[in-house]
Design a protein around this ligand. Structure first.
Ligand SMILES: Cc1cc2nc3c(=O)[nH]c(=O)nc-3n(C[C@H](O)[C@H](O)[C@H](O)COP(=O)(O)OP(=O)(O)OC[C@H]3O[C@@H](n4cnc5c(N)ncnc54)[C@H](O)[C@@H]3O)c2cc1C
Ligand SMILES: NC(=O)c1ccc[n+]([C@@H]2O[C@H](COP(=O)([O-])OP(=O)(O)OC[C@H]3O[C@@H](n4cnc5c(N)ncnc54)[C@H](O)[C@@H]3O)[C@@H](O)[C@H]2O)c1
Length: 472
């Protein structure tokens, strides 16, 4: 078969950009297709606007403390247009990292349009048929809106319209106590909204309960109200919503945010017709991120599994490496980090205590240290929180941290968990997004870039690509 490309990547979010950029930098002929906005969810409706909003809210939160350390601040005045302006500016300042021009410079052919899978090796977009030995699906996810009776009849918010809100809600009701619910609850509360969170199960159920308890107490103290129960029915109109909750009184507010998880984007672009197998929520994949059709990979939010920007990026680079070298490249999540950017932050790497007990029983030990004993925390007047290190013998299995800048404390444990500490390992470590710690990975990666993308590796990649074209 005479292929138009070596690789076709569908989706220009964190996963697709990393896969496409990686292959292109090795000299492969890459088509990168994006149907909406380059940068995907993270840049446009996810991490970047949420963290920008959190930054504005943090400023308001500090000002609300009035007198501290002998310094008196005046109470915050919140100009919603200014807050929105900061959110937009953050996106504008970052978007060039993900732009068409940047990826064309790397050597990708960027095609703007909605792609349709038409075969094991073919994709249609904008009236063209593109073909390649390997296709990478990085089509992402969208808000999972549960079928709560009444919801379809009232205006509600999800992450897709939250950051474009024209006014500050007087009372924001949030359904869902996951990372989106928690980050946004605190941010809106600090910006002056009343906030009620409705959660049917455990708040932040993926994280260590001891960390979560500290964070929930802090949010309660700031005035966030928590209601335990399932949201069963919703009624009202713009400016006045009422949520009926299992085993509690109805909750009323002015705005409703639905933050009840994500639904993988797997339908409507030819994957069903090709018979790609599905898992519980997304394409079923093996450890190499191959779907049931072996020439097609699925990475990041669109496959069944954990959904985070750095996870999409890691899977993108793994798949690029496999395609370029021809060597199987499995994901390794033994040192997977994540962080929720409330204040205090909750950060995790590797196993929680519960994960470790489930796997190793009483063979584990847990060491706990308090920030109240940490002299930098004391000097900062910011002693809330602790670190729990989970060990088997002296080997670290995981670390849970709650406290100021918790996400920035994870990186050394990536090295202790994996046992890899070279500059190459640092350059390819999975680092929680967005953290300042990423700069260490960037520096280590830069040191290796000329070698990794040098003449010899490119010649080898070209040979593998020729063989693939001949054998596919
Ligand atoms: C409010 C919020 C806050 C978040 N905060 C964080 C955080 O702080 N840290 C973190 O790690 N994660 C965070 N996340 C999760 C993170 O945003 C996602 O995990 C990540 O963006 C997924 O990247 P992706 O490339 O897999 O998918 P996406 O970013 O969803 O990209 C998929 C792309 O594919 C395109 N596409 C889909 N179908 C087609 C088609 N047929 N043809 C062409 N193009 C197509 C879409 O337009 C989209 O641009 C947050 C998410 C939300 C909603
Ligand atoms: N800092 C970060 O890394 C970060 C921040 C935001 C989002 N994200 C990612 O975005 C994704 C989505 O986050 P999310 O918070 O929407 O999802 P989530 O699945 O983590 O949490 C959703 C919560 O909603 C609850 N829920 C569902 N239906 C309900 C109902 N009817 N009534 C009451 N509660 C109900 C669930 O019990 C669950 O706790 C996740 O993949 C997450 O990893 C990450």
């Amino acid at each position: 078969m005479d292929f138009t490309h070596d690789v076709i990547v569908i989706g220009g979010g964190a996963g697709g950009l990393t896969a496409a950029g990686g292959c292109a930098l090795f000299g492969l002929k890459v088509a990168l297709i994006e149907g909406h906005r380059m940068g995907g969810e993270c840049l446009n409706n996810g991490c970047v606007p949420s963290k920008a909003l959190i930054a504005a809210a943090r400023r308001a939160g500090v000002a609300r403390e009035e007198t501290r350390f002998g310094v008196t601040l005046s109470a915050p005045r919140i100009d919603w247009r200014g807050v929105r302006g900061h959110v937009r500016q953050a996106i504008a300042d970052i978007e060039h990292h993900d732009s068409v021009e940047t990826f064309e410079e790397m050597g990708c052919e960027v095609v703007l349009g909605t792609a349709r899978l038409t075969g094991k090796h073919s994709v249609e977009v904008g009236g063209r048929t593109l073909t390649a030995p390997r296709i990478v699906l990085a089509t992402g996810s969208e808000p999972l809106v549960p079928p709560i009776p009444g919801l379809a009849d009232i205006p509600y918010l999800t992450n897709e319209n939250l950051f474009e809100l024209g006014e500050r809600p007087d009372h924001l009701v949030v359904i869902g106590g996951g990372p989106i619910g928690m980050e946004m609850a605190q941010a809106f509360r600090r910006l002056g909204s009343a906030v009620t969170v409705i959660e049917s199960g455990r708040v932040m159920s993926r994280d260590d309960p001891d960390s979560v308890a500290v964070m929930v107490d802090a949010l309660r103290e700031e005035g966030v109200r928590f209601v335990r129960g399932k949201a069963l029915r919703v009624e009202g109109e713009a400016g006045g919503v009422r949520v009926h909750v299992e085993s509690d009184r109805p909750v009323t507010g002015t705005h409703l945010l639905v933050a009840t998880g994500r639904k993988a984007r797997v339908a409507g672009f030819g994957a069903e017709e090709l018979g790609l197998a599905l898992g519980k929520n997304g394409f079923a994949v093996d450890a190499r991120r191959r779907t049931s059709v072996r020439s097609i990979y699925a990475i990041g939010d669109c496959r069944d599994g954990i959904r985070l920007t750095h996870v999409s990026g890691y899977e993108g680079s793994n798949v690029a490496l496999e395609i370029v070298t021809g060597l199987p490249t499995k994901v390794d999540y033994s040192a997977l980090p994540w962080c929720t950017y409330t204040e205090p932050e909750i950060a995790q790497i590797g196993m929680t205590e519960a994960d470790a007990r489930a796997k190793h029983g009483d063979a584990i030990a847990v060491v706990r240290e308090e920030f109240g004993e940490n002299e930098r925390a004391v000097a900062d007047g910011s002693c809330i929180g602790h670190m729990k290190m989970v060990l088997k013998g002296k080997k670290v299995l995981g670390v849970s941290i709650v406290g100021a800048h918790a996400g920035e404390l994870l990186l050394p444990f990536a090295q202790s968990i994996t046992g890899k500490s070279s500059t190459f390992a640092l350059g390819s470590a999975i680092v929680a997004y967005p953290t300042r710690s990423e700069i260490s990975k960037a520096a280590a990666f830069s040191a290796w870039e000329p070698t990794v993308f040098g003449g010899l590796p490119k010649k080898y990649a070209a040979l593998v690509a020729r063989l693939r074209r001949a054998l596919a």
